[in-house]
Design a protein around this ligand. Structure first.
Ligand SMILES: Cc1cc2nc3c(=O)[nH]c(=O)nc-3n(C[C@H](O)[C@H](O)[C@H](O)COP(=O)(O)OP(=O)(O)OC[C@H]3O[C@@H](n4cnc5c(N)ncnc54)[C@H](O)[C@@H]3O)c2cc1C
Length: 406
């Protein structure tokens, strides 16, 4: 029997790959190997409705387990791949099994960064948020009146803060940079979310570095800050970003640089091996970028399926992303990397506005807070390659629909 297409990592990109490959009537057999105990699932609800207890686990699954059987897609859970033997075109699992592949797709995702053990990262009551198992361990601790310390003011930390406040916990959030979301957003977007969280009772401490977590019989009881202050805490959530899972690829000699390097067709430096999603760094407009988003993982998985089904296609999608915090829906389209000015378009209510990022006269990206029209028409404007002048987009009298369609 011919060797299958083997997919390592059963997450968002893998699910998108198998869905498209099946829909296109791909003729090769496919085997999906994942180290978690579940079929591919959506991670975004983990820091939102699933943590809040408003979504059942089954609703996380991208497809029900039967679907894979019906499509004759092999699906192996609880199976970690430990090595790729490129010379023999096979992968070796942790259990020592050797599985041949015809083509290999790496969808290994990224891992949550942890605090070093030396400063208390290994204490009981210290969590990261990446998997269903992480939430299932952590959720019973989310009880009203308990004191949660969040380390890191990125999207995951802020979303968890919103959930914790809704459940009645006391929340302190530490951010080492001078503002939350500094790495990913303009100062106005940070200010919007700072105000939102403060209005909901979160204590935000920006420009604040954690020195170490404090230990009470092996369990965290607080934190010491570089200012010398201490903060008491019953539990700690570490949200300090993710790193791409490139270990397998590196050990197999594939080109990597903070991500598995791929071209615009998701091909790695080995023509028989592709990579998609959080784990890869790809070419976009002359730069290499690595994204951690559902859109990117889904579109790249889709692209690899099309290529393996015989289509000559490249990755050209415009990135988009979202985040839900309290009653705010943030929608982002484009990539703001390299912007030199961010201008504000007032929203239709007090709680809405959009931030438009420019490099010179070139529109790069938009953050839309409770502004679905700015997001939707901004997206059309970006897709059509238009670059409306800043004074036009900031003028509330400008009709974005006409701008997008005109
Ligand atoms: C809490 C949270 C909230 C998020 N919210 C949003 C959001 O609101 N909007 C948005 O756009 N994005 C969001 N994201 C990001 C988005 O979920 C990811 O970008 C997306 O899941 C990436 O898909 P992927 O297939 O690359 O990796 P993943 O979905 O992470 O899947 C990778 C899988 O590979 C497995 N694996 C790794 N190595 C091996 C191995 N050697 N052998 C076997 N299996 C292996 C991993 O265990 C994992 O199951 C969020 C992420 C998290 C964690």
């Amino acid at each position: 029997m011919a060797a299958p297409i083997v997919v390592i990592g059963a997450g968002q990109a893998a699910a998108s790959f198998v869905s498209r490959y099946a829909a296109l009537g791909g003729t090769q057999s496919v085997l999906l190997i994942g180290e978690e105990s579940h079929p591919p699932y959506q991670r975004p609800p983990l820091s939102k409705k699933y943590l809040l207890g408003e979504l059942e686990r089954e609703r996380l699954f991208i497809r029900p387990p039967e679907w894979y059987r019906e499509q004759a897609i092999g699906l192996r859970f609880d199976t970690r791949v430990d090595a790729i033997d490129r010379a023999q075109s096979r992968v070796i699992t942790q259990g020592g099994e050797s599985i041949d592949y015809d083509k290999l797709l790496l969808c290994t995702g990224s891992s949550a960064r942890r605090l070093p053990e030396a400063i208390g990262g290994g204490l009981g009551g210290v969590y990261t948020l990446r998997t269903i198992a992480d939430i299932d361990h952590m959720a019973p601790e989310f009880q009203a009146g308990r004191r949660l310390l969040i380390v890191g003011g990125g999207y995951i930390g802020l979303e968890a803060a919103a959930v914790a406040r809704q459940l009645g916990l006391e929340v302190t959030l530490l951010e080492v940079a001078d503002r939350i979301l500094q790495r990913v957003a303009a100062a106005r977007t940070s200010a919007y979310f700072r105000a939102l969280h403060q209005a909901h009772g979160v204590t935000l401490r920006e420009s604040t570095r954690l020195s170490r977590l404090l230990d009470s019989d092996g369990r965290v009881c607080g934190a010491e800050l570089d200012s010398g202050d201490t903060v008491e805490a019953d539990l700690v959530l570490v949200g300090i970003g993710g790193s791409p899972n490139t270990g397998l690829a590196e050990a197999a000699g594939l080109d990597c640089d903070d991500g598995i390097l791929v071209d615009a067709c998701c091909r790695t430096s080995d023509p028989n091996i592709y990579a998609a999603g959080d784990c890869c760094r790809f070419e976009r407009g002359g730069h290499r970028v690595r994204l951690e988003s559902v859109q990117n993982a889904a579109d790249q998985g889709d692209l690899v399926a099309r290529r393996l089904a015989g289509e000559d296609t490249r990755y050209t999608a415009i990135p988009w992303f979202w985040s839900d915090q309290y009653d705010c829906k943030l929608q982002i389209v484009g990539l703001n990397q390299g912007y030199d000015e961010a201008v504000i378009r007032p929203g239709s209510s007090d709680s809405s506005l959009s931030v438009w990022y420019y490099r010179g006269d070139e529109l790069l990206a938009i953050d839309a807070m409770n502004e679905p029209r700015s997001y939707a028409f901004g997206r059309k404007i970006l897709e059509s390659g238009k670059h409306p002048p800043k004074q036009v987009v900031t003028d509330p009298a400008t009709d974005l629909k006409s701008l997008a369609m005109g």
